[in-house]
Design a protein around this ligand. Structure first.
Ligand code: SAM
Length: 214
């Protein structure tokens, strides 16, 4: 079974409480919108005609709604661990929208192997209860030649101070992330700073590493 039943982390409860006002929060304009715009630019430069896109930790689905304007031909799927985020996301979809959003965790993605040309994760990775499992699940559902676009805090510069201030946790440093990726035969193939947040919150384009030559 997927969803909060397999996932008892406290962050998910906080997101449930936040769901109804999430899209009106000041952080949308200041933080999330610049990130999402950069991510869609990177997506278009990495995979020009994606057939299928998954947003893991999609929150209220804002990025997926923007994605449908950018890639109208793509199948769009979203999952989030917080039931009320999922309810709000579904409520905010335009009538007749083909975007499909369901409750599930990054650690147990309800999809068959190799389905997605693009997988997005914006500002969610540091909340995942089991980041190693989440990375292996993303690697599993990524199609050959696909890209995982991961945008989150990296412990550099001002981000260190912000994370201390808000007592945020599970922020990764690049060395630890690169090691986790390598365990799943993934590698960062491109990196772009996101808006004014710069290199502290980069969009990383991650692909399958080339198989070792015999
Ligand atoms: C800061 S919000 C970001 C939402 C969205 N990606 C955005 O950019 O607006 C983090 C989201 O990650 C979700 N989340 C936390 N842990 C998760 C997990 N293990 N699997 C899936 N979603 C998770 C939360 O419920 C929340 O909706």
């Amino acid at each position: 079974m997927h969803g909060s039943h397999t996932h008892s982390h406290g962050d998910v409860g906080r997101f449930d409480e936040w769901a109804s006002s999430y899209e009106r929060h000041w952080m949308q304009r200041l933080v999330f919108e610049p990130i999402q715009k950069t991510l869609l630019d990177v997506a278009a430069s990495q995979v020009s005609h994606p057939g299928s896109i998954l947003d893991v930790g999609c929150g209220t689905g804002k990025l997926l709604r923007a994605t449908s304007g950018r890639f109208p031909q793509a199948r769009l799927e979203g999952v989030d661990a917080a039931p009320r985020m999922v309810q709000t996301a579904i409520h905010l979809l335009a009538p007749g929208s083909s975007i499909h959003i369901q409750e599930a965790t990054a650690e147990a993605l309800p999809f068959a192997d190799g389905q997605f040309d693009l997988v997005f994760s914006t500002m969610t990775f540091h909340h995942w209860a089991d980041q190693a499992k989440g990375v292996s699940e993303v690697a599993r559902v990524l199609a050959p030649g696909g890209r995982w676009l991961l945008c989150d805090f990296v412990g550099r510069g001002i981000v260190r101070r912000v994370t201390q201030l808000f007592r945020l946790h599970r922020f990764f440093d690049r060395g630890r992330l690169d090691a986790l990726l390598a365990q799943n035969r993934l590698v960062v193939v491109a990196e772009r700073p996101s808006g004014w947040l710069g290199r502290s919150v980069p969009v990383l384009a991650i692909g399958k590493a080339a198989s070792p030559t015999r």
